[in-house]
Design a protein around this ligand. Sequence first.
Ligand code: CP
Length: 305
Amino acid sequence: MKHLINFKDWTPEEVRFLIEKSIEIKGEPSKYRSALQYKSLAMIFQKTSTRTRVSFEVAMTQLGGHAVFMDWLTTQFRLADIADEMKYLSRNVDCIMARLKKNVDLVRMAKASLVPVINGCDEKYHPCQALADLMTLKEHKGKLENLKLVYIGVHNNVCNSLIEACTMIGVHITTVTPIINEPAQDKELLEKAKETGLYSSTLDIANTVKDADAVYTDTWVDMELFLDPAFKEQKEKRIKLMMPYQINDKLMKNSDAIIMHDMPIHRGYEITGDIVESPNSVIYQQAENRLHSEKAILLKLLQEI
Ligand code: CP
């Protein structure tokens, strides 16, 4: 049985297949209207979400199935052993998507589950986001091989999954990340990416943007810390350190790269409002594509494609 925790158990062919399938499903959604009839997806959230919740729930509805939203705090997951709860839950649903604080708990969930488990974003990875990102890049450029994507921001879960997915399928990725989120560290992932010759890291933001096909950024502060008063001082320090790495008109003036952001956006921090609304911005399309690519993920894990 296959899970989607990160891409470590996935082949480049499988990742490519998901991207192609996402584009096909977007073009002809009616073909898949009954593909998951009578199937159920449990969606467990320990953290907040707009896109991940909406896209998975709508995907299940449009595929003829059903999604069950579970707020971690109102379930017995918070009281009981994760494995016991999963052994029950996976007898009642066909697939489980979870957004958890700790990857180690997600791995425990997957081990105990009788059905596929999808990572809806933990502190280390966001594989569903990376698939929608590459789908969007392919829609705009018509290909993926040998494109150059530059990720500018904090090295986090989104950055890890982008590096992993890009280097599996032939996209050059350069990161400009003066801060690395400690919990997102994954040496094995970065070593593997370096071996492909497709991954590099620099702080020379201006030069690396010059020949980029896509420039990507993300929040400088993780969602669970953004409004946390205890993180206020740390947040202010981060903003000061990161300001020279903002995506703005000055940085992008000689570039025709598409602009990407996985949302939620913090205008005036990692990116200016002008750039969000600029003609090269594909941010809202990228967010919409979560729906189409998640249909492909669900169909693949439930062996319907
Ligand atoms: N990009 C993303 O995962 O969005 P949400 O946090 O709103 O789900």
